[in-house]
Design a protein around this ligand. Structure first.
Ligand code: DQA
Length: 143
């Protein structure tokens, strides 16, 4: 089963952002944990991160008919980027939304997710383990 994990804007500076919200791992350490979980679950996972919304959208387009499940943390784009909603909308595979922090218990503007009508599951506020929960979910429900 092929799974694409997309991380969005500012997640490359994890490790420098507030550790109380986002934990202390760098993006490289986070991705290495994700690849470890993928091996345990026998999933073929590719992790990507970008600060460029167009690139994020291109990766969504490139995933059509190629992957069996998707894990997305669009970071701040989650709250306003309808372009990302529209790029993900044609996907017929399960999409899982992950946020390190609990966006439902932070500022009001973070409580909106443009993905809410598209996702099969969401794991928020579990830190890095949210990605493990997402992979477990896809192992059970995708492909
Ligand atoms: C985030 C939450 C977003 O509100 C924020 O803009 C991020 C990270 C999270 O993983 O907790 O950059 O997506």
């Amino acid at each position: 089963m092929r799974v694409l994990v997309l991380n969005g804007v500012n997640l490359n500076v994890l490790g420098r952002r507030d550790p109380k919200l986002y934990g202390g791992l760098s993006i490289a350490e986070l991705e290495s944990r994700i690849y470890g979980w993928a091996r345990e679950l026998q999933l073929t996972v590719q992790c990507r991160q970008t600060n460029d919304e167009g690139e994020f959208i291109k990766w969504c387009h490139d995933s059509y008919d190629v992957v069996d499940g998707m894990v997305v943390n669009p970071a701040a784009w989650t709250h306003y980027a309808w372009s990302i909603h529209d790029a993900l909308e044609p996907l017929t595979i399960p999409i899982v939304e992950v946020h390190l922090s609990n966006i439902d218990e932070r500022e009001e503007w973070r409580r909106t997710s443009v993905l809410s009508d598209l996702v099969a599951a969401r794991f928020i506020g579990h830190g890095p383990d949210g990605y493990k929960l997402a992979l477990d979910y896809l192992k059970e429900n995708a492909g």
